[in-house]
Design a binder for this molecule. Structure first.
Ligand code: CU
Length: 106
């Protein structure tokens, strides 16, 4: 159990210091997003990483920034590029209390 938690952290630490330095990572643990509010520039990607023990379905219905990642199993990650400026409410379709806002600025 211990190794399964530490290994992904090492991988992520390596990524965050490399070419993807500008990409913010949102973790999902304990059926919560790791941040409630983040700000990104238009055209930037956010990595949604499921390091929880259950699947999550990250999505948004915000106009111009709609996406639906489908059910992502633990250990998987997906990048989402935000194309339009504005406040984007991001939710998990499976767990109603998982909510966050991505503020996209020009
Ligand atoms: Cu969820």
């Amino acid at each position: 159990m211990r190794i399964s938690i530490i290994l992904p952290l090492i991988v992520l630490a390596g990524l965050s210091t490399g070419a993807l330095a500008a990409t913010q990572v949102i973790h999902q643990q304990g059926r919560l997003f790791s941040s409630e509010n983040i700000t990104v520039k238009k055209g930037e990607a956010v990595t949604f990483f499921n390091d929880d023990t259950v699947p999550h379905n990250v999505m948004s219905a915000a106009k111009g920034n709609e996406f639906n990642l489908g059910s992502l199993p633990p250990g998987s990650s997906t990048d989402v590029v935000f194309k339009e400026a504005g406040d984007v409410q991001v939710i998990c379709a499976i767990h109603p209390r998982m909510k966050m806002t991505v503020k996209v600025v020009d």
